[in-house]
Design a binder for this molecule. Structure first.
Ligand code: ADP
Ligand code: MG
Length: 248
Protein backbone atom coordinates (compact mmCIF):
# COMPACT_ATOMS: atom_id res chain seq x y z
CA UNK A 1 0.00 0.00 0.00
CA UNK A 2 1.21 3.47 -0.82
CA UNK A 3 0.30 4.95 2.54
CA UNK A 4 2.45 7.80 3.83
CA UNK A 5 2.65 7.95 7.60
CA UNK A 6 4.06 11.02 9.30
CA UNK A 7 4.81 10.21 12.93
CA UNK A 8 5.51 12.74 15.67
CA UNK A 9 7.62 14.98 13.49
CA UNK A 10 9.56 17.74 15.19
CA UNK A 11 11.32 20.07 12.77
CA UNK A 12 12.77 23.55 12.50
CA UNK A 13 15.43 25.51 10.65
CA UNK A 14 19.08 25.68 11.67
CA UNK A 15 19.34 26.34 15.39
CA UNK A 16 15.91 28.01 15.39
CA UNK A 17 12.83 26.94 17.33
CA UNK A 18 10.70 23.92 16.53
CA UNK A 19 8.21 24.79 13.81
CA UNK A 20 6.57 21.37 13.64
CA UNK A 21 5.97 20.17 17.16
CA UNK A 22 5.07 16.52 17.13
CA UNK A 23 3.00 16.42 13.98
CA UNK A 24 1.34 13.16 12.92
CA UNK A 25 -0.68 12.55 9.79
CA UNK A 26 -1.61 9.54 7.68
CA UNK A 27 -1.99 10.05 3.93
CA UNK A 28 -3.86 7.19 2.29
CA UNK A 29 -3.11 6.26 -1.30
CA UNK A 30 -5.36 7.72 -3.97
CA UNK A 31 -6.87 10.41 -1.77
CA UNK A 32 -6.55 14.17 -1.91
CA UNK A 33 -5.69 15.96 1.32
CA UNK A 34 -6.08 19.70 1.64
CA UNK A 35 -3.96 21.27 4.36
CA UNK A 36 -5.12 24.62 5.61
CA UNK A 37 -4.01 26.79 8.49
CA UNK A 38 -2.79 30.27 9.34
CA UNK A 39 0.35 31.79 7.87
CA UNK A 40 3.43 30.46 9.58
CA UNK A 41 1.65 27.35 10.88
CA UNK A 42 4.27 25.13 9.28
CA UNK A 43 2.40 23.92 6.18
CA UNK A 44 5.32 24.47 3.81
CA UNK A 45 7.70 23.12 6.43
CA UNK A 46 5.73 19.87 6.58
CA UNK A 47 5.86 19.48 2.83
CA UNK A 48 9.61 20.22 2.78
CA UNK A 49 10.23 17.62 5.50
CA UNK A 50 8.35 14.96 3.52
CA UNK A 51 10.22 15.94 0.33
CA UNK A 52 13.57 15.41 2.07
CA UNK A 53 14.54 19.09 1.84
CA UNK A 54 14.56 19.55 5.60
CA UNK A 55 15.66 16.84 8.02
CA UNK A 56 13.29 16.35 10.93
CA UNK A 57 14.74 16.66 14.44
CA UNK A 58 12.52 13.88 15.74
CA UNK A 59 9.95 11.45 14.47
CA UNK A 60 9.76 9.36 11.36
CA UNK A 61 8.09 9.24 7.98
CA UNK A 62 7.09 5.87 6.55
CA UNK A 63 6.16 5.31 2.92
CA UNK A 64 4.91 1.90 1.88
CA UNK A 65 6.09 0.58 5.22
CA UNK A 66 9.66 1.87 4.87
CA UNK A 67 11.22 4.88 6.56
CA UNK A 68 11.98 7.76 4.20
CA UNK A 69 13.02 10.41 6.71
CA UNK A 70 16.75 10.81 6.38
CA UNK A 71 16.66 10.25 2.62
CA UNK A 72 17.93 12.98 0.32
CA UNK A 73 15.42 14.89 -1.79
CA UNK A 74 16.42 13.01 -4.97
CA UNK A 75 15.97 9.68 -3.18
CA UNK A 76 12.47 10.71 -2.06
CA UNK A 77 11.74 11.65 -5.68
CA UNK A 78 12.91 8.19 -6.77
CA UNK A 79 10.29 6.69 -4.47
CA UNK A 80 7.59 8.51 -6.42
CA UNK A 81 6.99 11.49 -4.15
CA UNK A 82 7.11 14.84 -5.95
CA UNK A 83 7.01 18.35 -4.58
CA UNK A 84 5.84 21.43 -6.47
CA UNK A 85 7.01 24.47 -4.47
CA UNK A 86 4.87 27.59 -4.22
CA UNK A 87 7.46 29.72 -6.01
CA UNK A 88 7.26 27.27 -8.96
CA UNK A 89 11.07 27.26 -9.30
CA UNK A 90 11.12 27.07 -13.08
CA UNK A 91 14.29 27.90 -14.98
CA UNK A 92 13.20 31.28 -16.37
CA UNK A 93 15.56 31.33 -19.35
CA UNK A 94 14.81 27.78 -20.43
CA UNK A 95 11.92 26.87 -22.66
CA UNK A 96 8.84 25.02 -21.45
CA UNK A 97 10.12 21.83 -23.02
CA UNK A 98 13.57 22.20 -21.47
CA UNK A 99 11.97 22.73 -18.08
CA UNK A 100 9.96 19.54 -18.53
CA UNK A 101 13.14 17.70 -19.48
CA UNK A 102 14.78 18.92 -16.27
CA UNK A 103 11.87 17.32 -14.42
CA UNK A 104 12.83 13.96 -15.88
CA UNK A 105 16.55 14.37 -15.28
CA UNK A 106 16.77 11.75 -12.51
CA UNK A 107 15.26 9.10 -14.80
CA UNK A 108 18.50 9.10 -16.85
CA UNK A 109 16.56 7.84 -19.85
CA UNK A 110 16.04 10.60 -22.38
CA UNK A 111 13.79 8.63 -24.75
CA UNK A 112 11.47 7.77 -21.85
CA UNK A 113 11.44 11.42 -20.81
CA UNK A 114 10.59 12.50 -24.39
CA UNK A 115 7.74 9.99 -24.44
CA UNK A 116 6.37 11.28 -21.16
CA UNK A 117 6.62 14.87 -22.38
CA UNK A 118 4.64 13.95 -25.51
CA UNK A 119 1.94 12.45 -23.24
CA UNK A 120 1.88 15.66 -21.21
CA UNK A 121 1.51 17.70 -24.41
CA UNK A 122 -1.55 15.63 -25.34
CA UNK A 123 -3.04 16.19 -21.91
CA UNK A 124 -2.18 19.89 -21.75
CA UNK A 125 -2.18 21.29 -25.30
CA UNK A 126 -1.33 24.79 -24.07
CA UNK A 127 2.10 23.45 -23.03
CA UNK A 128 2.64 22.02 -26.49
CA UNK A 129 1.72 25.36 -27.97
CA UNK A 130 4.17 27.16 -25.68
CA UNK A 131 6.87 24.49 -25.73
CA UNK A 132 9.55 26.68 -27.33
CA UNK A 133 8.85 29.76 -25.25
CA UNK A 134 11.04 30.70 -22.33
CA UNK A 135 9.37 30.01 -19.02
CA UNK A 136 9.70 33.65 -17.96
CA UNK A 137 7.43 34.75 -20.82
CA UNK A 138 4.51 32.59 -19.62
CA UNK A 139 1.56 33.87 -17.61
CA UNK A 140 1.39 32.94 -13.93
CA UNK A 141 -1.13 30.20 -14.60
CA UNK A 142 0.93 28.73 -17.42
CA UNK A 143 4.01 28.77 -15.19
CA UNK A 144 2.12 26.92 -12.49
CA UNK A 145 0.90 24.37 -15.03
CA UNK A 146 4.46 23.92 -16.32
CA UNK A 147 5.67 23.41 -12.78
CA UNK A 148 3.02 20.72 -12.13
CA UNK A 149 3.71 19.10 -15.50
CA UNK A 150 7.43 19.02 -14.73
CA UNK A 151 6.64 16.91 -11.67
CA UNK A 152 4.33 14.70 -13.77
CA UNK A 153 7.24 13.73 -16.03
CA UNK A 154 8.31 11.46 -13.18
CA UNK A 155 4.87 9.83 -13.01
CA UNK A 156 4.73 10.30 -9.26
CA UNK A 157 2.41 8.33 -7.02
CA UNK A 158 2.16 11.16 -4.56
CA UNK A 159 2.33 14.82 -5.48
CA UNK A 160 2.61 17.68 -3.02
CA UNK A 161 1.42 21.05 -4.25
CA UNK A 162 2.30 24.05 -2.10
CA UNK A 163 -0.19 26.86 -2.69
CA UNK A 164 -0.58 26.28 -6.43
CA UNK A 165 -3.17 29.06 -6.78
CA UNK A 166 -1.09 31.71 -5.03
CA UNK A 167 -1.19 35.06 -6.83
CA UNK A 168 -3.36 33.86 -9.69
CA UNK A 169 -6.52 35.53 -10.99
CA UNK A 170 -9.82 33.75 -10.15
CA UNK A 171 -10.28 32.41 -13.66
CA UNK A 172 -6.77 30.98 -13.65
CA UNK A 173 -7.30 29.54 -10.16
CA UNK A 174 -10.24 27.66 -11.65
CA UNK A 175 -7.95 26.22 -14.34
CA UNK A 176 -5.40 25.11 -11.75
CA UNK A 177 -8.13 23.27 -9.85
CA UNK A 178 -9.15 21.73 -13.16
CA UNK A 179 -5.61 20.44 -13.47
CA UNK A 180 -5.73 19.08 -9.92
CA UNK A 181 -8.98 17.30 -10.82
CA UNK A 182 -7.17 15.60 -13.71
CA UNK A 183 -4.46 14.40 -11.32
CA UNK A 184 -7.14 13.07 -8.94
CA UNK A 185 -8.82 11.20 -11.79
CA UNK A 186 -5.48 9.58 -12.57
CA UNK A 187 -5.50 8.12 -9.07
CA UNK A 188 -2.62 10.15 -7.70
CA UNK A 189 -2.32 10.76 -4.01
CA UNK A 190 -2.35 14.53 -3.54
CA UNK A 191 -1.24 16.68 -0.68
CA UNK A 192 -2.46 20.17 -1.40
CA UNK A 193 -1.56 23.20 0.69
CA UNK A 194 -4.02 25.98 -0.02
CA UNK A 195 -4.53 29.50 1.27
CA UNK A 196 -7.76 29.44 -0.71
CA UNK A 197 -9.26 27.12 1.91
CA UNK A 198 -12.74 26.90 0.42
CA UNK A 199 -11.57 25.98 -3.08
CA UNK A 200 -8.99 23.60 -1.69
CA UNK A 201 -11.46 21.76 0.53
CA UNK A 202 -14.05 21.60 -2.25
CA UNK A 203 -11.46 19.74 -4.30
CA UNK A 204 -10.25 17.32 -1.63
CA UNK A 205 -11.33 14.17 0.18
CA UNK A 206 -9.81 15.04 3.52
CA UNK A 207 -9.26 18.39 5.20
CA UNK A 208 -6.41 18.90 7.63
CA UNK A 209 -6.06 22.00 9.78
CA UNK A 210 -2.53 22.68 10.87
CA UNK A 211 -1.91 25.13 13.67
CA UNK A 212 1.13 25.86 15.82
CA UNK A 213 3.02 23.03 14.16
CA UNK A 214 0.43 20.41 15.05
CA UNK A 215 -2.34 18.68 13.18
CA UNK A 216 -5.21 20.12 15.17
CA UNK A 217 -8.10 18.81 13.11
CA UNK A 218 -8.59 16.20 10.41
CA UNK A 219 -11.94 15.28 8.89
CA UNK A 220 -13.54 14.54 5.56
CA UNK A 221 -13.21 17.76 3.54
CA UNK A 222 -16.99 18.37 3.37
CA UNK A 223 -17.19 18.26 7.17
CA UNK A 224 -14.33 20.73 7.52
CA UNK A 225 -16.08 23.00 5.01
CA UNK A 226 -19.23 23.00 7.11
CA UNK A 227 -17.68 23.18 10.56
CA UNK A 228 -18.71 26.56 12.03
CA UNK A 229 -15.39 27.10 13.84
CA UNK A 230 -13.42 26.44 10.67
CA UNK A 231 -15.76 28.64 8.67
CA UNK A 232 -15.18 31.52 11.01
CA UNK A 233 -11.42 31.07 11.19
CA UNK A 234 -10.48 30.13 7.65
CA UNK A 235 -13.41 30.43 5.30
CA UNK A 236 -14.33 34.05 5.77
CA UNK A 237 -17.72 33.28 7.30
CA UNK A 238 -18.76 35.09 10.43
CA UNK A 239 -20.72 33.51 13.22
CA UNK A 240 -22.12 36.92 14.19
CA UNK A 241 -23.90 39.35 11.89
CA UNK A 242 -21.78 42.32 10.83
CA UNK A 243 -24.17 44.78 12.56
CA UNK A 244 -23.43 43.17 15.93
CA UNK A 245 -19.77 43.85 15.39
CA UNK A 246 -20.37 47.42 14.27
CA UNK A 247 -22.50 48.09 17.36
CA UNK A 248 -19.67 47.16 19.76
N1 ADP B 1 14.13 28.76 5.53
C1 ADP B 1 13.67 29.14 6.74
N2 ADP B 1 14.53 29.51 7.71
C2 ADP B 1 14.09 29.87 8.93
N3 ADP B 1 12.79 29.92 9.29
C3 ADP B 1 11.89 29.57 8.37
C4 ADP B 1 12.27 29.16 7.05
N4 ADP B 1 11.15 28.86 6.34
C5 ADP B 1 10.13 29.08 7.19
N5 ADP B 1 10.56 29.49 8.38
C6 ADP B 1 9.70 29.81 9.54
O1 ADP B 1 8.94 28.67 9.86
C7 ADP B 1 7.63 29.05 10.26
C8 ADP B 1 6.63 28.26 9.45
O2 ADP B 1 6.81 28.59 8.08
P1 ADP B 1 6.04 27.83 6.92
O3 ADP B 1 6.18 26.37 7.08
O4 ADP B 1 6.51 28.43 5.68
O5 ADP B 1 4.52 28.24 7.24
P2 ADP B 1 3.23 28.17 6.30
O6 ADP B 1 3.60 27.52 5.03
O7 ADP B 1 2.21 27.44 7.10
O8 ADP B 1 2.81 29.61 6.12
C9 ADP B 1 7.52 30.55 10.07
O9 ADP B 1 7.66 31.15 11.35
C10 ADP B 1 8.70 30.88 9.20
O10 ADP B 1 9.20 32.16 9.50
MG1 MG C 1 3.68 28.14 3.08
Amino acid sequence: MGTLVVENIVAGYGSGPNILRGLSLTIEAGKTYCIIGPNGAGKSTLVKVIAGLLKPREGRIMYKGEPINGLRADQVLQRGICYVPSDRSLFPDMTVKENLRMGGYILRNSSLVEKRIEQIFIQFPILKEKRSQMAKTLSGGQQQLTSIARAMVLKPELIMLDEPSLGLAPKVVQQIFGTIAILRDQGLTILLVEQNARKGLENADQGVVLDLGMNSFERPAVEVLHDPRIQELYLGKRSRPLQAEAAQ
